[in-house]
Design a protein around this ligand. Structure first.
Ligand code: NAP
Ligand code: GDD
Length: 345
């Protein structure tokens, strides 16, 4: 039986990857950090599965990682754990570097100190945020990086550590350079889920106005469930390489909001100078303001445009995205309409 270890198992991607690996018959070990209230709500349904074990450890603590790896000796490690919120990283730059950057090296070193460098395959959750102020459109594995946040800088360090350990020690280490991927499991403070949960509340009269930051940012948004399959495919190769996973389509935050309202049959109209602090969205039928801008939600430095070229993944892994932009918005809206109606949001 194949053994996989997932750091960040309690997050969005951790949920979908656990589901996938358990369905494939893996014995899965999840690394969960200690918190004062339970942080396992996403994976609640899997906790009684005989194929799943949980070990308490932290990316900021080398000895806990060393022990976890020595207990399990996994065939595959998926390093998904991170302080993953870009805006937060501007307020917690040092912590972001510790978890995302040094944390990755701690995990790689834990493999080496357990003499597993020739045995365990390692997946690193790299990111399209590395492209930052983009140097080419679309972005692929050869596009130079230009990080624009403490989060992206920490992930740049981890990216190169993964390349370096592959070259220096011959380890099977792969970077998945994943563009934004969303789902009903997405954290509530990422823009897509913030929009779908808030629009559902506006519809059900539990919120009147949605406050937003930069509406002009464009992202390549895919469905998380499909992206974790790509992660697994990367580790089934004979040779470790880095791969971009993306949809090849880009949409602005403004378009996402319009689409979310449309999904529940509300037409909105944008008024005020596009991109200005005065810009607002009105419900066409009621004339009420439903979206306005909050300057404090703007970031000190922004990533304006991401659009990925996933041809390498399509050719070498046979991976391609399936869910289109409007389908993704619809499935997230459907979920949040139900949760709001049940009083769970
Ligand atoms: P997420 O929902 O924020 O999950 C992050 C996970 O990391 C959570 O399980 C969290 O635990 C855990 N974690 C944080 N600090 C930790 C620490 N010190 N020790 C151990 N675990 C820790 O993120 P996601 O969206 O699933 O993304 C997964 C990974 O892919 C992240 O590394 C992210 O940076 C990267 N990525 C994401 C995207 C995307 O669009 N989603 C795109 C590219 C790359 P708690 O539950 O206790 O907080
Ligand atoms: N979160 C948030 N909240 N973002 C907003 C808001 C708001 O109220 N208003 C506008 N935005 C804009 C942000 O300024 C950004 O340009 C865009 O919406 C997307 O923000 P997020 O959803 O927070 O994601 P991100 O693109 O910064 O980062 C995510 O994707 C990366 C991959 O490119 C995270 O999942 C990262 O961990 C991941 O690496």
């Amino acid at each position: 039986m194949k053994k996989a270890m997932i750091t960040g198992i309690t997050g969005q991607d951790g949920y979908y990857l656990t589901e996938l690996l358990l369905a494939k018959g893996y014995e899965v070990t999840g690394i969960v950090r200690r918190t004062s209230t339970p942080n396992t709500s996403r994976i609640e349904n899997f906790l009684s599965h005989p194929g799943l074990k949980i070990i308490e450890a932290d990316l900021c603590d080398s000895s806990s990682l060393h022990k976890a790896i020595s207990l399990v000796k996994p065939h595959e490690i998926y390093n998904l754990a991170a302080m993953s919120h870009v805006a937060t990283s501007f307020f917690q730059p040092e912590y972001s570097a510790d978890v995302n950057g040094v944390g990755t090296v701690r995990l790689l070193e834990a493999l080496r100190s357990n003499n597993l460098e020739g045995f365990t395959k390692f997946y690193q959750a790299s990111t399209s945020e590395l492209y930052g102020k983009v140097q080419a459109i679309p972005q692929n594995e050869k596009t130079p990086f230009y990080p624009r946040s403490p989060y992206a800088i920490s992930k740049l360090y981890a990216y190169w550590a993964v390349v370096n350990y592959r070259e220096a020690y011959g380890m099977f280490t792969s970077n998945g350079i994943l563009f934004n991927h969303e789902s009903p499991m997405r954290g509530l403070n990422f823009v897509t889920r913030k929009i779908t949960s808030s629009v559902a509340k506006v519809k059900q009269n539990k919120m009147s106005v949605l406050k937003m930051g930069n509406l002009d940012a464009k992202r390549d948004w895919g469905y998380a469930k499909e992206y974790v399959e790509g992660m697994w495919m990367m580790l089934q190769q004979n040779i470790a390489e880095d791969f971009v996973l993306a949809t090849g389509e880009t949409h602005s935050v403004r378009e996402f909001i319009t689409e979310a309202f449309r999904a529940i049959d509300i037409d909105i109209e944008w008024r005020g100078k596009t991109g200005s602090l005065e810009e607002k969205a009105f419900c066409t039928k009621s004339g009420k303001v439903v979206v306005e801008i909050s300057p404090e939600l703007m970031r000190p430095a922004e990533v304006d445009l991401l659009i990925g070229d996933y041809s390498k993944a399509r050719t070498k892994l046979g991976w391609a995205p399936k869910t289109k932009f409007s389908e993704l918005v619809n499935l997230m809206m459907e979920n949040d309409m139900r949760l709001v109606a049940e009083g769970k949001l």
